[in-house]
Write a protein that binds this ligand. Structure first.
Ligand SMILES: [Zn+2]
Length: 177
């Protein structure tokens, strides 16, 4: 509780009926990557729990800092992955994808039993040039080579392990102690 909040003007200067977009961290880059990645981690908390798959969140952001789409694991279908759920909301030839950054709490998967294409392949097909993630997929379910595969294809891949403990905490049910 701060005194300043009590002094906030009661009236909206813009008047009623004006739509205010929530502030975003800004255009993707070194100064904003952590804040955007945190949005992805927050989305992962919405995932229905599964004992056979990770809880992951993903946000696709344009080069100017607008959210194109968001997704999280099992959002619409029990087999959905976060990146897949976000990409499914966009036409595959969406022009902004070619300059976009996808933030995902977990390294994009390469092989999966349930669907023909892993998220790494979906990202390559969408021609997204930049991927930021927090946690290297541990070899719990499959052996993942998402980061290497994307880099070999020319995608800029940035790992921000600062948030990895949070991602692991969201998935703590998969790691009984
Ligand atoms: Zn995946």
């Amino acid at each position: 509780m701060t005194a300043s909040s009590d002094r906030h003007p009661p009236e909206d200067r813009h008047g009623p009926g004006v739509h205010h977009d929530p502030p975003t961290p800004g255009p993707p880059g070194p100064a904003t990557d952590l804040a955007w990645l945190r949005e992805a981690v927050n989305l992962s908390r919405l995932c229905p729990r599964s004992t056979t798959a990770f809880a992951v969140g993903a946000v696709i952001v344009t080069s100017t800092g607008q959210i194109l789409a968001t997704g999280y694991s099992r959002e619409a279908d029990p087999l959905d992955h976060a990146e897949e759920a976000a990409l499914a909301k966009l036409p595959p030839d969406h022009p902004h994808l070619r300059n976009a950054t996808i933030y995902t709490s977990l390294e994009p998967c390469t092989t999966r039993a349930s669907r023909p294409q892993g998220c790494t392949q979906l990202i390559l097909t969408a021609a997204i040039p930049r991927v930021v993630f927090a946690w290297h997929e541990p070899d719990v379910f499959t052996d993942c080579t998402g980061a290497e595969t994307l880099r070999e294809a020319g995608v800029e891949v940035i790992e921000l392990p600062t948030l990895a403990p949070e991602v692991r905490a969201v998935n703590s049910h998969l790691f009984p102690s």
